[in-house]
Design a protein around this ligand. Structure first.
Ligand SMILES: [Zn+2]
Length: 375
């Protein structure tokens, strides 16, 4: 039996050898349990090797290692992490008054709702985060933007905008999608679950995942929406969104509010030195299109977004089906829908710009059968 000092030395040596090789086992473990992608594993390993070879440990890395009292207090990690971040230059959410349901005589009350206005966000990204602006809005290079418009200009999606009349087109025109979705907010999976209706926008040239490219506008409790003839939360919100997206399309700071009243003490001139955004698509699911955009609901007699066919005609898949000649063009749909949603009052937007929701055009349970519950 070795003596105490020998045992202590052996333990210290073991600890040293563990710590000198602690990253590789951790990365292996995380990757094998699908918690870390292979490209990210390679990137971390490559950075670690470079740091080790340079013999320099940065103060930031040491700070990361000490987060939450070196891991002992995980609840403090976010706080500690935020301490080394620079102050953000992105705009705070602007508060706008919208009507929401209330238990009073008239059934609603005004409420301050936060919005990240797209035109403000766009200007702030250009000013404070030029790399993010180029990467996530322009798509990495202006050549990619030019290529997009070369391909898209023949499409019916871009027809009514008269973009070519603008002298700065297409060099500074970023194509965007405006979208929304209802997501569980409170009591997920419970009988009293409350949903949140979320609005967002993103550049069609954005290269990476949704999480890194969608810009949040607002999130509104679905059960608080007022739907009366004279007070309607959705119309209120959409009119305001229209105002912000018009500023984004024009590429200049708005001088008037959504009701035409002059704004005072606000920035004027270009948002981003001539850059602007062109709404090309709107995305959501079938429920969203009906609820927020006033498009036909799937359970009605005329359920189609693409033509005015009936629910009997829609099931005709023959080559001489009646609906083939009824497909909407942008002009025909705009003429037939003068009281359309504010979103479709943006230049160039109509039912032909609605992303078709293939996910909900089948019974979702069929996925389970097709993939044999393998997922
Ligand atoms: Zn149809």
């Amino acid at each position: 039996m070795p003596g105490l000092q020998q045992r202590l030395k052996r333990r210290a040596d073991a600890a040293t050898s563990d710590s000198s090789d602690s990253l590789a086992p951790l990365l292996t473990h995380l990757s094998c349990w699908s918690q870390l992608s292979w490209p990210l594993l390679q990137k971390i390993a490559s950075c670690a090797v470079r740091d080790i070879q340079s013999g320099h440990v940065s103060d930031t890395l040491e700070h990361f290692a000490r987060l939450g009292s070196s891991g002992a207090l995980p609840q403090n990690m976010l706080r500690d992490f935020e301490r080394i971040l620079p102050d953000p230059t992105l705009p705070a959410a602007g508060l706008t008054i919208i009507p929401v349901k209330a238990k009073n005589a008239r059934g609603w009350k005004p409420c301050h709702q936060p919005f990240f206005w797209p035109h403000e966000w766009f200007a702030a990204l250009y000013r404070g985060y030029p790399i993010v602006f180029t990467d996530k809005l322009v798509g990495g290079s202006e050549a990619k933007l030019q290529k997009f418009w070369q391909v898209m200009l023949g499409s019916p999606l871009c027809h009514p905008v008269s973009l070519e009349e603008r002298a700065d087109f297409p060099a500074k025109a970023i194509p965007i999608c405006i979208g929304g979705d209802g997501v569980p907010g409170l009591g997920v999976g419970k009988s009293w679950q409350r949903g949140v209706d979320v609005w967002f926008w993103y550049s069609l040239l954005a290269p990476s995942s949704s999480m890194g490219t969608y810009w949040l506008i607002t999130a509104i409790w679905g059960h608080l929406l007022v739907d009366k003839t004279n007070v309607n939360t959705k119309k209120h919100v959409l009119k305001k969104l229209h105002w912000s997206f018009m500023a984004l399309l024009e590429g200049t700071w708005p001088t008037r509010d959504e009701n035409g009243r002059r704004l005072h003490n606000v920035p004027t001139g270009p948002l981003a030195e001539g850059w602007y955004c062109v709404p090309v698509l709107t995305s959501g699911d079938l429920d969203w299109y009906s609820k927020w955009l006033g498009l036909p609901h799937v359970s009605t007699n005329h359920p189609c977004l693409g033509c005015p066919c009936s629910k009997q005609q829609i099931m005709d898949f023959s080559t001489n089906a009646e609906w083939l000649d009824l497909m909407w063009t942008a002009e025909a749909w705009l003429l037939a829908n003068p009281l359309r949603s504010w979103l479709f009052r943006l230049p160039g937007m109509s039912t032909v710009n609605v992303v078709r929701d293939y996910m909900h055009n089948k019974h979702i349970g069929t996925d389970q059968c097709m993939y044999a519950s393998a997922i």
